[in-house]
Design a protein around this ligand. Structure first.
Ligand code: NAD
Length: 478
């Protein structure tokens, strides 16, 4: 089936005004780094330099933590919940007012399609702030005792796949509970966090309540290992999560870790095939597969295998890959050269181990980092592409015959972040959900996020929950 030809429909980037260089956001102000140096952030779609940002060194981390401590003790923790809520509501409204600008900035720096940053990321950011603003004056009714107390200063480190959304997942509950925060965005996507710093200024948030330190792994390490923070919240790879858990084990710090995943998306023979195919595509090609809970292992019941595969291939041929700012684009750029190298390496291993690789005919832009939507069939449980997180637009397809076999295969992973079930039988959904070892089980849908719903992992996918009432616990002394 041929694709319709559409004229390019790029979103204007004129709405974004970028500074040439950015300092660190400490104590309510942008300040130059004391012991860091500058590095560049680029657009992964074009490799164009977007801005220069500062890599915070240990002395900068120290300054930010002191500012957060002072703000915690003298201002924020003393404010009644209803007053903290006003700031959070204000931030949520400013995010809505600046939504278009934030969406364009996110797509520029991350490479994700504007359709996603505009319709998913940024609306969810505002929703998270609205949701936790609502909790700020009701914490005594949250089920954590009559007078729950905040923890103090939170050191927060986030990845590059949903830059502003991960920031919202961290900062909104921390502030609602009365903590102050020092947050480090990922080195490849610092720009929306810096725009958020401006939003804090615009909302008149008291200085020091939110501090943003740009930098790479060493800055993150200095932050989570800083002796004067009370709480560590990390989202990223399982490998770094392990290092952080080790570093924090001998301390009194409370830790939550949101790590990797290798989710099974299980399609039974009675599932509506067209709907399931949309769910499979959304499960693994949304955000170029840079999703911790991506449905990267498709488990199809043998009786419908060829029907599902034929429909899936037909559907993949209609995906548009290209300019992230074009409103017609479905698949954007891979976030970095390093991530592209990792996806290529694991895909080559998949072929070398005997799986069969397929991609629709698809022209890749010359500049930037790109990888076509890819399916591997003939995958066995032992293959690395079935076991390791690829974090890219690559789907491994396996089959099963009985529900028990589906559960066995789905759970055969060190991870446990999410899973999907496609069937028209409610009883089978419940039967599966009670057996799948995953923090989230989606039924007849995939990658659905809501601030009221808790999210988090089993096994090597981490511990602690973010979102919903459960997400408050991570920031309260309970
Ligand atoms: P990463 O672990 O390399 O980096 C994540 C963040 O940690 C970055 O800000 C990085 O600078 C920082 N960092 C690196 N080394 C550090 C150290 N030693 N100490 C402290 N901070 C350090 O991960 P990534 O490649 O940026 O992100 C992809 C990973 O994140 C995937 O494995 C994905 O599954 C996971 N992820 C998980 C969730 C979730 O909610 N479970 C959500 C998004 C991404």
């Amino acid at each position: 089936m041929a694709k319709f030809e559409y004229a390019p429909a790029p979103e204007s980037r004129a709405i974004v005004s970028l500074r040439e260089s950015y300092g660190l956001f400490i104590n309510g102000e942008f300040t130059p780094g004391v012991d860091g140096h500058a590095f560049k952030t680029i657009s992964p779609a074009t490799e164009e330099v977007l801005a220069e940002v500062t890599e915070a060194g240990p002395a900068d981390v120290d300054r930010a933590v002191s500012a957060a401590r002072k703000a915690y003790e003298h201002t924020w923790s003393a404010l009644p919940g209803r007053e903290r809520a006003k700031y959070l509501f204000r931030i949520a409204r400013i995010v809505q007012e600046r939504a278009r600008e934030l969406a364009v900035l996110e797509s520029l720096d991350n490479g994700k399609p504007i359709r996603e940053s505009r319709d998913v990321d940024i609306p969810l950011v505002a929703a998270h702030f609205f949701y936790y603003a609502g909790w700020a004056d009701k914490l005594e009714y949250a089920g954590y005792g009559p007078a729950p107390r905040p923890l103090g200063v939170a050191g927060q480190v986030i990845p590059w796949n949903f830059p502003l959304l991960m920031l919202a997942w961290k900062i909104a509950p921390a502030l609602a509970c009365g903590n102050t925060a020092v947050l480090k965005p990922a080195e490849t996507t610092p720009l929306t966090a810096l725009a958020f710093a401006e939003i804090c200024q615009q909302a008149d948030l008291p200085p020091g309540v939110v501090n943003i330190l740009t930098g790479a792994g060493e800055t993150g390490r200095a932050l989570v290992e800083h002796p004067a923070i009370d709480k560590v919240a990390f989202t990223g790879s399982t490998e770094v999560g392990r290092q952080i858990a080790r570093a924090c084990a001998p301390t009194r710090k409370k830790v939550t870790l949101e790590l990797g995943g290798k989710a099974a998306n299980v399609v039974f023979e009675d599932a509506p095939v067209d709907q399931a195919v949309e769910g499979i595509v959304n499960g693994i090609f949304f955000n170029q597969g840079h999703v911790c809970c991506a449905g990267s292992r498709l488990l199809v019941q043998e009786s419908v295998y060829s029907e599902v595969l034929t429909s899936l291939r037909r559907r993949l041929a209609t995906l548009r890959l290209g300019d992230p700012l074009d409103k017609n684009t479905d698949v954007g750029a891979i976030n970095s050269a390093a991530q592209l190298a990792k996806i290529r390496e694991l895909s080559d291993v998949g072929e070398a181990e005997g799986a069969e690789r397929w991609s629709p005919p698809c022209e890749l832009p010359v500049k930037g980092f790109w990888f076509p939507p890819t399916i591997f069939t003939g995958v066995s449980q032992a293959h690395r592409i079935a076991r390791e997180e690829i974090f890219g637009p690559v789907l491994s397809v396996l089959t099963f015959r009985t529900p028990a076999e589906a559960v066995e295969k789905a759970n055969n992973t060190p991870y446990g972040l999410s899973a999907g079930v496609w069937t028209e039988k409610g009883s089978l959904i419940l039967w599966m959900a009670s057996r799948l070892r995953a923090g989230v089980v989606w039924a007849n849908t995939f990658n659905k996020f809501d601030p009221t719903s808790p999210f988090g992992g089993y096994k090597e996918s981490g511990y602690g929950r973010e979102g919903g009432r459960h997400g408050l616990e991570a920031y309260l002394n309970v």
